[in-house]
Design a protein around this ligand. Structure first.
Ligand SMILES: [Zn+2]
Length: 128
């Protein structure tokens, strides 16, 4: 999910108060439907005893800031792969490259930590 630029600009102006979904949507100029999607996707909100949705401006602002943080991407080297078992990037033992199609290759190797066989896709000639 990508936040529209104007939301990122407007969010810091939100007050530490409870907004109705419709008010907040107005405030940051998005359709209420979109706001409700965000709430479902993890934006902070609370419900009162009548099941009405309220969003704390301060919390929403923090959520927007969280979303803005660039995702941490790690580049794998040619002989590295992500081991699903160890949940970390590992250096493959005995990596073998097999051409699949065009420049696509499959790199097959063994996880040095758990001994699992790992297959990863790659593009020949680049570290991707
Ligand atoms: Zn492993």
């Amino acid at each position: 999910m990508k936040l529209p630029h104007h939301v990122i600009v407007k969010a810091p102006g939100l007050l530490p108060m409870l907004y109705k979904a419709s008010e907040l949507a107005d405030e940051i100029q998005i359709p209420e439907r979109t706001l409700r999607d965000w709430l479902e996707a993890g934006a902070p909100f609370q419900r009162d005893s009548s099941n009405r949705i309220w969003v704390n401006g301060q919390e929403f602002k923090q959520w927007v800031q969280e979303k803005r943080k660039p995702k941490r991407t790690f580049k794998l080297l040619d002989n590295q792969a992500y081991c699903l078992h160890c949940k970390t990037a590992v250096e493959l033992l005995n990596p073998e490259r097999h051409a699949i199609k065009g420049k696509l290759v499959n790199i097959k190797g063994v996880c040095p930590q758990c001994g699992c066989t790992i297959n990863r896709g790659g593009v020949d000639g680049t570290v991707n």
